[in-house]
Design a binder for this molecule. Structure first.
Ligand code: DAH
Length: 427
């Protein structure tokens, strides 16, 4: 996507939709990634034990060795470990914390403090919690090593807050909100970052709730859900135009997306639906009906606060952090300066196991937040059937000017690692 030529609103609108949106797709990545990823582990991972890398999350102690392991079933890079525990959504002066609190306020006021709030649940979950218990099919793309960070074959960094639905239902909660950091291997551009934040909402009804309504439980829940989320959108955005779009998620039926009309475009703000009966049944709730929703906090915060690049949420630069104040939703971010971007192109013959996510992981591993975008700009197959890709990497700091030397060094490092780890032939 030619992001540089697009406005900020376009970039958000054209960004990829949630991967749970689509019905099950098969992908070869589970088998291929393991072989491709083997060199990743050896090159990137340091096995030092440092006391400061011990974290405590929701009462669980986590050390780096628990997350980053030199084993074929692990694809978590060092960089991702450094993000665990930062919990941006728990900072009251941070745009994500301000947004979370504004949503809490809506629920507290309109539902008489009935919703239990969780924002400190450990992001390390089982594949059972992340996928099986929310009915994600065995061959769904989200389960691949190309898309999800695996700690081992049965443990992942949650890729959505829906991972907590079943456990909380089993524990007896019937109205709850779960906010947390979620992790996905992904492309690099202004709206994608491998760690971002979601909020999940669940509300369970009993027959006595819908019996007098004249509707069945499903319709009753769907109507209640829509009213709730329309109210939430108005609470956050004011008097906006909205529309409901039918959708697909493995965990809900029927499923919907809410879109709001913003800067002359329809913007998808959340996914939701009536919870699949099977999830409730397994949670011991056979006579109940429930609704659920999941929303991406960055996506909303970028619009509400005019934040043009998702990397800024991680900035510790005072010129960013000092612009936001507890309780003040929608203060418009004033860019403190725009440093020049630097573009570097690289071309190579790909092989069968090449994926863009693997390339992006290398770029992030080398350049961290200096990588602004990785974009496929040319793609052709020659007579021998070999396919060439040309990628343009945009380097830019949010905080300072970069020197030519430093960018060249990053690029050489990227080239070197792409060649040795992805087994592609540079051109
Ligand atoms: N888990 C979905 C995602 O990450 C979002 C979502 C959609 C959550 C629908 C829900 C739901 O609870 O009902 O893309």
């Amino acid at each position: 996507m030619a992001a540089a030529a697009l406005t900020f609103a376009h970039q958000i609108l054209l960004s990829k939709p949630s991967f749970f949106l689509h019905s099950a797709k098969t992908r070869n990545s589970l088998t291929t990634f393991v072989s491709v990823s083997a060199p990743f582990r050896r090159r990137h991972k340091s096995t030092q034990t440092v006391a400061s890398s011990l974290l405590e999350l929701g009462g669980v102690q986590i050390s780096k060795q628990d997350v980053v392991k030199d084993e074929p079933t692990n694809n978590v890079p060092d960089l991702i470990f450094t993000k665990i525990g930062l919990q941006l959504h728990r900072r009251d002066n941070h745009p994500l914390g301000i947004l979370k609190n504004a949503i809490y306020e809506y629920f507290d006021t309109n539902y008489n403090n009935q919703f239990q709030k969780f924002d400190d649940l450990c992001p390390i979950v089982s594949t059972k919690e992340n996928f099986d218990e929310v009915l994600v099919p065995a061959d769904h793309v989200s389960r691949s090593y190309n898309d999800t960070y695996y700690i081992d074959a049965e443990t992942v960094l949650r890729c959505h807050t829906s991972a907590h639905q079943a456990t909380l239902l089993r524990k007896g909660y019937t109205n709850f909100l779960v906010t947390g950091d979620v992790y996905r291997r992904d492309s690099i551009d202004s709206t994608h970052y491998p760690v971002f934040h979601q909020m999940e909402g669940v509300r369970v009804f009993s027959p006595s709730d819908w019996n007098d309504s004249g509707n069945d439980g499903t319709l009753y829940a769907a109507n209640d859900l829509k009213a709730c989320l329309e109210g939430l959108a108005r609470h956050l955005f004011g008097a906006v135009e909205m529309r409901w779009v039918d959708s697909y998620f493995p965990f809900t039926n029927p499923s919907f997306e809410l879109e709001i009309y913003f800067q002359e475009k329809w913007l998808e703000v959340l996914g939701c639906g009536v919870m699949e009966q099977e999830i409730l049944k397994r949670g011991g709730k056979t006579d109940n009906v429930a609704w659920a929703f999941g929303l991406g906090l960055e996506r909303l915060a970028m619009v509400l606060f005019d934040i043009p690049d998702i990397r800024l949420f991680w900035s510790t630069d005072k010129r960013f952090t000092s612009q936001f104040t507890k309780g003040q939703l929608g203060i418009k971010f004033k860019p403190f300066s725009k440093y020049p971007p630097c573009y570097k192109d690289m071309s190579f013959w790909i092989n069968d196991s090449f994926t863009e996510n693997n390339l992006c992981e290398i770029v992030r591993g080398v350049a961290g937040d200096l990588a602004e975008e990785v974009q496929l700009i040319d793609n052709f197959t020659n007579k021998k059937g070999m396919t060439s890709h040309c990628y343009r990497i945009t380097y830019r700091s949010m905080e300072r000017s970069l020197t030519d030397e430093e960018i060249n060094e990053l690029q050489w490092n990227v080239r070197d690692q792409v060649q040795s780890q992805m087994n592609v032939e540079l051109r």
